[in-house]
Design a protein around this ligand. Structure first.
Ligand code: GLN
Length: 197
């Protein structure tokens, strides 16, 4: 089984490790370039994207992460992790850096104050029953390039129709948190992707 790393600078690292281990994957907390190099795939957890990017720079991981993505390392980004995989961010912090990789524009904290955090069913390509989507100050995907496959859209108030899960080649991202709630089908989709590439 593949060794899947979880970027462990900040955010909900533990929940991802548990989900992956539950699927029989070997896991690794990634804080240094050598740990990154030991992974067959990587998860960028939810948390705070600006903090994560800043810590990645401090830990001298920012460029190695960008190189790994460019070299084809499979990566799953959730919530803040989705923002990190975006080529473009709207409503980001001043000078907010990302790793990039997915040809998409994400809007940070997109759902606004009224529905700042919410939960609900999300139908996702590749799954026969909806996942329970947990959205916590989540981004949505505002625009995608031609190479990006839309995997899910949300059905929630004014946000109805917004893209909340995507895949481009070896990279996958969700606005919501598939690592909470004990349903590991999204992680399984990612593990299947890791095995396929
Ligand atoms: N709003 C956070 C950010 O901009 C993401 C929130 C999350 O990961 N739950 O990074």
């Amino acid at each position: 089984s593949p060794t899947i790393g979880v970027l462990a600078l900040q955010g909900d690292v533990r929940e991802h490790l548990a989900a992956l281990e539950g699927l029989g994957c070997a896991t690794l907390r990634v804080r240094r370039p050598a740990e990154l190099a030991a992974c067959d795939a990587l998860v960028l957890p939810g948390g705070e994207s600006t903090t994560m990017a800043r810590l990645a720079r401090t830990f001298e991981l920012l460029e190695p992460l960008r190189e790994a993505i460019a070299d084809g390392l499979p990566v799953l980004g959730t919530c803040a992790g989705m923002i990190l995989l975006a080529e473009r961010v709207v409503d980001g912090a001043a000078g907010q850096e990302t790793l990039g990789g997915i040809d998409m524009t994400v809007r940070r904290n997109a759902f606004g104050r009224q529905v700042d955090s919410f939960e609900g069913p999300v139908e996702m390509t590749g799954l026969d029953a909806p996942v329970h989507g947990v959205f916590i100050r989540a981004p949505w995907v505002e625009q995608v390039g031609p190479g990006v496959e839309v995997l899910a859209r949300v059905h929630h108030g004014d946000a109805a129709g917004r893209i909340v899960a995507v895949r481009e080649g070896h990279l996958m991202a969700t606005s919501f948190h598939p690592e909470v709630g004990g349903d590991s089908r999204v992680h399984q989709l990612f593990v299947d992707l890791v095995r396929a590439v």
